[in-house]
Design a protein around this ligand. Structure first.
Ligand SMILES: NC(=O)c1ccc[n+]([C@@H]2O[C@H](COP(=O)([O-])OP(=O)(O)OC[C@H]3O[C@@H](n4cnc5c(N)ncnc54)[C@H](O)[C@@H]3O)[C@@H](O)[C@H]2O)c1
Length: 383
């Protein structure tokens, strides 16, 4: 069990507090925010201490800082925490700049501290079942594949959508971590990327909230088409967009020498996984409802924190697994090296859009080990 101090009491904090109910080694004791109001509200609701950022960093009872601030603040907050001698687990992305994230990893190493990073959705039943099928050779060698994340943009429901459309925001940095982490988990590290991006309109309209009807500036490509070549020679094509009203494509498909797989949503933990071996044959639906981290646990949700009714969301397992690794003095799966490689893919795609040429990645990482049911069971609360 480790004591957690949370910095950044926004939308996603609620989901992390819920992780205490699922996992047996997470204990929130304090929270802080740039503004005192959200920290006080959060502390009251979860019966923990409200502190300033300085206070939480200096608190001797806090073992790990959970960094749930906005992407643009991740580097600054994680750096302060590591300098204060705290282990860190951060929301995605690790930072908005590759070189800054590299600094964090270095700092953690020098200070002998653990650095963990979201997303942890690849530890879910859906992606882990996919991994098992691939490792067992069910579809042969994976040659190609594709994925899509596309919707109209957060201005549809968010009163302050600006940061998603400014430098440091955009569809690749926002949603890329889920897809790229899942792909590295399934295929191993990547080698190079190519990409084409487009900023279709320099202004967007606020659609909800007090600024409704007014317009804000768009600074980034809102649609990006890309491909990634992995070290194992697999080529994956991706499309990430804030310019699509609706679509009916699968989240991710992988094509092997002996069949094809439809991978469930990398932003969530559930299934099913679809499998087919022959052209025109019926897809076999493989449920993950009997897996610890695949079972549907969200039945009627308000829609906050990316959840729709009937989903599996076990965010926090990455933190729980890191705590367990700290206690057993071994490497954790949602580690900084993986997150740095994913950020390298993201930044290289943005560079490839600008340069209009293939970009070689600077980093590599280990493919995470499969996450076995018996390992997960040890982290679950029994009640
Ligand atoms: N909301 C989601 O559904 C969701 C899902 C998955 C991941 N995430 C990730 O989680 C992170 C937080 O997202 P969110 O939706 O909760 O954002 P949010 O804007 O609702 O909350 C962020 C909080 O961090 C605080 N903050 C900002 N800069 C700070 C600083 N320098 N020091 C201390 N506090 C600071 C803000 O005041 C705010 O309360 C992001 O990295 C996001 O990508 C969000």
């Amino acid at each position: 069990m480790k004591n957690i101090g949370l910095i950044g009491c926004g939308n996603i904090a609620e989901t992390y507090f819920r992780s205490q109910d699922y996992f047996n080694n997470i204990n929130f004791i304090a929270c802080a925010d740039k503004f005192s109001e959200p920290a006080k509200k959060c502390a009251e609701q979860y019966n923990i201490k409200s502190m300033t950022v300085d206070e939480i960093l200096q608190d001797n009872d806090v073992d790990i800082i959970l960094n749930l601030t906005i992407p643009q603040a991740h580097y600054e907050v994680s750096k302060l925490a590591l300098e204060a001698g705290k282990h860190v687990y951060s929301e995605k992305p690790m930072s908005i700049k590759y070189n800054e994230a590299k600094d964090l990893l270095e700092l953690a190493k020098i200070n002998n501290l653990y650095f963990g990073n979201a997303p942890d959705t690849f530890l879910g039943g859906g992606v882990q079942m996919t991994r098992q099928l691939i490792d067992e050779g069910e579809i042969g060698k994976i040659l190609t594949g594709n994925f899509i994340f596309a919707f109209p943009g957060v201005q549809e429901f968010h009163p302050n959508p600006e940061s998603w459309f400014q430098l440091g925001g955009g569809p690749v940095i926002d949603m890329g971590p889920y897809f790229f982490t899942t792909l590295v988990n399934l295929l191993g590290p990547a080698k190079n990327v190519r990409a084409r991006g487009k900023l279709f309109s320099e202004k967007r309209e606020y659609l909800v909230g007090p600024k409704k009807g007014k317009f804000f500036d768009v600074e980034i490509s809102t649609s990006v088409m890309l491909d990634i070549e992995f070290l194992n020679e697999t080529i994956i094509q991706g499309f990430i967009s804030f310019d699509v009203q609706n679509h009916s494509r699968n989240h991710m498909e992988l094509y092997g020498t002996n069949g094809s797989l439809v991978v469930p949503d990398p932003n969530m933990f559930g299934g099913p996984v679809l499998l087919s071996h022959e052209l025109g044959s019926k897809w076999r639906e493989l449920s993950v409802e009997n897996r610890y981290l695949g079972k549907t646990n969200i039945i009627n949700h308000s829609g906050r924190s990316n959840e729709a009714p009937k989903q599996s969301n076990y965010r926090g397992i990455g933190l729980s697994e890191m705590i367990n690794s700290m206690e057993n003095n071994c490497n954790h799966r949602c580690n900084g090296k993986l997150a740095l490689h994913v950020l390298d893919i993201i930044e290289s795609i943005i560079i490839a859009v600008e340069l209009k040429q293939e970009v070689q990645l600077r980093s590599t990482c280990d493919q995470p080990k499969p996450f076995l049911e018996e390992e997960i069971q040890l982290l679950l609360k029994n009640d």
